[in-house]
Unconditional design. Structure first.
Length: 103
């Protein structure tokens, strides 16, 4: 239980954070986030970039959307995905700094 003025997050908050981090903990989802931080894309474009079938990309997108990371907008017959959660850029910067190629 979180006490008043405690510097620690509550266990419920930690469980919510862990659940969202589990959603991100997949190479295709990280690639999708990396791409969506640069621009918006359709399911087909993301699937092609990840080398996976569209239905698999759709499943990844739905998981991340349910967690509040992404949003989609329709333009005619196409749905474009974009980042909704602004903190994803900090998370990806941390990942790229730790695991990316040295400059």
């Amino acid at each position: 239980m979180k006490q008043a003025n405690s510097p620690w997050m509550s266990l419920d908050q930690m469980e919510q954070a862990a659940g969202c981090l589990r959603v991100l903990a997949h190479p295709h989802r990280l690639r999708i986030i990396e791409m969506l931080l640069q621009d918006r894309y359709t399911v087909g474009e993301l699937a092609e970039a990840c080398g996976i079938p569209s239905h698999m990309a759709s499943e990844h997108l739905m998981l991340m959307k349910r967690c509040g990371f992404l949003e989609s907008t329709r333009e005619g017959r196409k749905a474009y995905y974009s980042v909704k959660e602004p903190h994803l850029s900090s998370i990806m910067a941390c990942i790229q700094s730790r695991f990316g190629n040295p400059s």
